[in-house]
Each structure stands twice: as structure tokens, then as C-alpha cells.
Design a protein. Structure first.
Length: 600
């Protein structure tokens, strides 16, 4: 197909379209859905398993009930009627102006609608944006929906996704239909499903990348949307593709992480770019992805993801939600047995190749998600725009879309650091883009504090949160910005509960919200403080150094902590992660106590 005569925007659209056409070609190697060839099994009450692709779920549940175990309420609800078959119920409730109750709240999340009471008496809608990439026209459309049916703002999430909030009961289906018309199909954005597929945010434009992750993220996205058995897993499931570029995607915190590697000449396999498979990452449960030693050709990634998920469907716990993640099957079975089971679902054997025999990954640049950076092709730039803890008003969304259309290619890229990139800007337009971003009251040159500041939804929108994380994150940034100057990027992650949506275990500094008793029958919001977390080459789980710091004392506490770092690091080149990892266990605490006593 010739692209002569098309505008840049149209070319980008066609690029996405042709990448979509590749899906069909790549899918030819995929195994057929694993519908059981056995006679259909029956449940404890004698009901017959459905004949469709979801039969494998029914059979997995039966294994537990036949052992006398009790399915959790969510499993019973999925079994009673597939949540994706509940569209009519959704419409009926919307007509009556009612929100769901009981397990219907859970089932409605299959449509990406979360009833978030008591935090807010409204729906939150979560989208699905493969690789975190969307077009300016989609961004405008989301802004229109957020203005018309929601609170007039959106949040960028830590899965490079968007959420809009404060949606009335009667407007839930209208938001969904609006998204579908924009080409955003968000089925499975919540509940027991495979969440937004993340990929390197600079995919396709990154001078350092080994491979463009966009086609893989898209293929997997559409594979999931078109395979009903991939809905209603034992619990949620995360998958990420890292292309080896400048900005990390935290693939080692996902249930499945595909990490691009280059195999040099002279090894047992052909030299070239492959993916190394990691399994079982879940930092909220103190685990990074385990390196399986499996090397995959890019075209093998989707079948392998499908096979790994199918084994999880068969083996994941259906009786205890706290143990229903992939990690626990791996703990029970070990990697080798899991891989052998996955292989039964594949038309090819898995190749083992040690990660040590691959070229080391180029380091990520912790500054690269903010500010202007050269991209491919030479002469063009992308800019990372800092968003205050991921929040954007609809006016800012429209402004960003306009900048992307006027000076870029109309492409927007969200990152897991809760900010966004505008790509394909010509050098001569950089000054104009800087001004346009500032006119929107947004920053392209975040100082080191704000650039790495991440906060989960917090108690204004999530019932699990013990504190107003986004508000406190802003206060911390304001306080520190005026009092401390950093020459190294710092990641500060605030998370509202042990679910750890903001991944406090991998931040340089992590804050986990808590309630602190104060006087009789009174409590204040506060945080437990962690240090020493890292990802990628600095992979490490943070350790706790202080409990119960009241929220209004947290900014000053962090200031002392950062001053201590500046004084005791080995030089300006030593980042906070490396510094703090030199003081494991209690040692960091003692260093800080010593520094505080000296400074007093
Ligand atoms: Fe809610 Fe907890 Fe996730 Fe924060 S970490 S958004 S409080 S579930």
C-alpha cells in the first residue's frame, strides 16, 4: 500500500492498521482454544458445564468443589452467569439510576466500570490502551466523555492507562458506548482479567530499543478481547513487554514479563533479538518476576502468553482470593513443572538459554520520561510531560491533543510513571511546544522530585485506602521542591493499602498509608516509610525504616532522609537506590538516626 499523499497523522493511523493486519498472520501459529475434549463435567448441584470456551473455568472450579472446598463468592458469581453476559442487567440498572450491589459490583468490573462507594458514590471507568498508546482524537473523545458524563478530569494510572471518575449510575453504559465508538474496547479492565497490556512507552521511536513492542502489545490485546476463556481468571493478571528502550516498563513486576534481549554471535542459538520470559512478579506480595531461562522469538510471545494463562486458569486457587495469583501456583509447583504444563498448550518446544549469555540490557534513563529527548528518526524529538500525580483536567487533555496534532504526529504515549509523552516533534518546534505545555499549567521540565512522584488513587476514590495519597504526594512535592535540590532522579511512591497499586516496594522511597491512633477514639492518616526499592538492574524490594509517620510530618521526614543521602552518598553519580542498598536491614535506620542527631 502506498502512503503517498497522506498527512503524518493519517500515516500513523495506517501504521496502526497494518500492524493490526499482521495479527492474523501471526495468529496462524496459535493453538486452538483449549475446550475440553472430555464429556462435559457437572458441578456439585448436577449442573452441566457450559459448552463454550469458558468450560475450562467450570472444570477448574469443580476440582475444588469435588475436594469438598468452597468456592469464594466471586467464583460463584462467575459460575452463575458469565459477567460479560450481563450487559442487559447493566442497562436495566442504568435505566433505574441504580448502582450494582453485592457480587454484581464485582461482575460489573468486567465492563471496566467500578462502583467505588463509599469513597465516591459513583462509577470509575478504566480503559484499555495497548502499550499505553492512543491517538489525539481518542484523547479528545475521552475528554468529551469525562466532561459530559464524569468529573471533568482523568487519571493516568501505573499501568499506562486512563481512568475517568464520578460517573452517575445512568451514565455508565453511555461512557462505555462512547469509548467503543472511539475504538477503545475496555472489556476486562477490572476484576479477574488480564489487565491493560503494557509496553515500552518509546516503542518504535527509541534509538536504544532492541525491538518495537507495539505490535506485540496490540496482538495480545486483541487476542484477549476475542478469547472468552481469557475472562474470569482465578484473579487479575498483568503482562508487560520491555523492548530494551530508555524508559522502563517494570516488566519484572508483572505476572508475565517479556524482556527483550540480544543474543550475540557464537552462542548456541542464532544471534539476534529475542525475549526472555519472566513469571510471577507481584511486588505487593514481595516477589519480582522469576527468570525462567526461556528464550523466545518475538512471534512466540503471544502463544506462550496464552499457554501460561491457560495453565493458570486450570491451576489457580478458586477458594482463597489472597492466594489466587500466579505466584502461588509457581510457589507450589516450581518453575520447571509450570513450564512443562505450559508446553502442552504449545505447538513448539521452549528453548532454554541462560540470561547471562545474552548481552546486558542497556540501562534505563530515569530522566527520560520527562523533558525533550531525541528519537528515531533523527531530527525528531519526544517530550515527556509531568502530570501532577497523573491528573489531567479535560481542558488540559484537549490542549495536549492539540499540541500533538499541531507539532507531533497526533500520537500520545502514557507511561507507568503516571505521565505522558508527545512524540514526533521537529527540532524547530521545541520552543513552541515548551510554551504550549506551560500555557496548560503543566511542566515539561519537572524537577527531580515531581518527575518520579507516583500515588495511587487514595481514599477520595478507593475504599481500601488509609490516606489521601494524591493530596499528600502533592504536599510532599511542594515542600521538598522549595527546600532541597537534587541532581539525581528520585522515585517516591505513595500507596494507599497493601494492594500496592503505586508499587511502594520498588520506589527509592515508598510510603504505605496507615491510620495512626491519636488520643481517645481518634486517628490520623499517616505512612510507613520504606527505602531501597529498585527495578531492572537495580531490582530490590524496599525495606521498612519507620512506621506510623503522621501525614503532616512526612514531608519534613523525607527532607531529612534526602539530606542524609546527599551527605553520605559516594558522589553525585550515586543514585538513591544504590546508596540505600549499601545500607541493608537496620543499617539505614541507624545511619538516619545518627544523621538526625547530628543535624539537630
Ligand atoms: Fe486502592 Fe489500595 Fe490500589 Fe491504592 S493501592 S488504589 S488504596 S487498592
Amino acid at each position: 500500500m502506498s502512503d503517498q499523499g497522506f498527512s503524518d497523522l493519517q500515516k500513523r493511523y495506517l501504521e496502526g492498521f497494518t500492524s493490526g493486519l499482521q495479527i492474523a498472520q501471526r495468529m496462524r501459529g496459535l493453538p486452538a482454544p483449549a475446550v475440553s475434549a472430555q464429556p462435559l463435567s457437572t458441578g456439585p448441584s448436577g449442573e452441566t458445564a457450559p459448552a463454550g470456551p469458558e468450560a475450562i473455568h467450570f472444570e477448574a472450579q469443580n476440582r475444588f468443589t469435588s475436594e469438598g472446598k468452597k468456592l469464594v463468592a466471586e467464583e460463584k458469581a462467575k459460575r452463575e452467569r458469565h459477567p460479560l453476559d450481563r450487559w442487559d442487567e447493566l442497562l436495566k440498572r442504568a435505566e433505574a439510576g441504580e448502582f450494582p450491589k453485592g457480587t454484581d459490583i464485582f461482575c460489573t468490573k468486567f465492563f471496566g466500570l467500578f462502583y467505588v462507594a463509599p469513597a465516591q458514590d459513583s462509577y470509575m471507568c478504566r480503559l484499555r490502551l495497548p502499550n499505553g498508546i492512543l491517538s489525539s482524537f481518542q484523547f479528545r473523545g475521552i475528554a468529551d466523555l469525562a466532561e459530559r458524563y464524569a468529573g471533568g478530569y482523568s487519571h493516568v494510572t501505573t499501568r499506562a492507562n486512563l481512568q475517568i471518575r464520578e460517573i452517575k449510575a445512568q451514565d455508565g453504559p453511555k461512557v462505555l458506548m462512547g469509548l467503543y465508538e472511539l475504538g477503545i474496547i475496555n472489556r476486562g479492565a477490572g476484576a479477574d482479567n488480564i489487565r491493560n497490556i503494557t509496553g515500552s512507552p518509546t516503542a518504535g521511536i527509541d534509538p536504544q530499543e532492541l525491538i518495537d513492542t507495539r505490535p506485540l502489545a496490540r496482538e495480545l490485546h486483541y487476542y484477549i478481547l476475542n478469547h472468552r476463556e481469557f475472562y474470569g481468571l482465578p484473579r487479575k493478571f498483568n503482562i508487560a513487554f520491555d523492548g530494551g528502550g530508555m524508559i522502563g516498563v517494570l516488566e519484572d513486576t508483572n505476572d508475565i514479563g517479556f524482556a527483550a534481549v540480544r543474543v550475540p554471535d557464537g552462542k548456541a542459538v542464532e544471534p539476534g533479538v529475542y525475549f526472555h520470559l519472566q513469571l510471577g512478579g507481584i511486588t505487593g506480595h514481595s516477589d519480582f518476576g522469576r527468570d525462567t531461562g526461556v528464550l523466545l522469538k518475538p512471534e512466540q510471545c503471544i502463544p506462550v502468553a496464552a499457554a501460561v494463562v491457560r495453565v493458570f486458569i486450570e491451576q489457580g486457587d478458586r477458594t482463597d482470593r489472597t492466594k489466587a495469583r500466579l505466584k502461588y501456583v509457581l510457589d507450589r509447583w516450581g518453575l520447571e513443572r509450570y513450564l512443562q504444563e505450559a508446553e502442552k498448550h504449545l505447538p513448539f518446544r521452549l528453548i532454554r538459554f541462560p540470561i547471562e549469555d545474552c548481552e546486558p540490557r542497556q540501562p534505563v534513563n530515569k530522566h527520560a520520561h520527562i523533558g525533550f529527548h531525541p528519537q528515531k528518526p533523527v531530527g525528531l524529538y519526544y517530550v515527556g510531560v509531568a502530570l501532577p500525580v497523573g491528573k489531567l483536567t479535560v481542558a488540559q487533555m484537549r490542549g495536549i491533543a492539540a499540541i500533538a496534532e499541531r507539532y507531533g504526529s497526533g500520537t500520545l504515549r502514557l507511561t507507568v510513571w503516571q505521565n505522558l509523552l508527545i512524540s514526533d516533534i521537529r527540532e524547530q518546534d521545541i520552543a513552541a511546544v515548551k510554551g504550549a505545555i506551560q500555557d496548560l499549567d503543566l511542566a515539561w521540565r519537572a524537577n527531580s522530585i515531581r518527575a518520579g512522584l507516583i500515588a495511587c488513587t487514595g481514599n477520595t476514590g478507593c475504599k481500601f485506602s488509609a490516606a489521601n495519597t494524591k493530596y499528600h504526594a502533592e504536599r510532599i512535592a511542594e515542600y521538598l521542591e522549595q527546600r532541597i535540590e537534587l541532581d539525581q532522579p528520585i522515585n517516591i511512591h505513595l500507596t494507599g493499602c497493601h494492594h500496592s497499586c503505586a508499587q511502594h516496594y520498588i520506589g527509592d522511597i515508598g510510603l504505605l498509608a496507615c491510620k495512626i491512633a491519636k488520643g481517645d477514639d481518634q486517628e490520623v492518616e499517616g505512612y510507613h516509610i520504606f527505602v531501597g526499592g529498585g527495578y531492572g538492574s537495580e531490582q530490590r524490594l524496599a525495606h521498612e525504616i519507620r512506621r506510623n509517620v503522621p501525614a503532616d510530618e512526612a514531608p519534613a521526614y523525607l527532607k531529612t532522609l534526602l539530606e542524609c543521602y546527599l551527605k553520605h552518598r559516594l558522589g553525585p553519580q550515586e543514585g538513591f537506590a544504590v546508596f540505600s542498598q549499601r545500607y541493608p536491614g537496620e543499617q539505614f535506620k541507624h545511619l538516619l538516626e545518627h544523621y538526625s542527631a547530628e543535624a539537630a
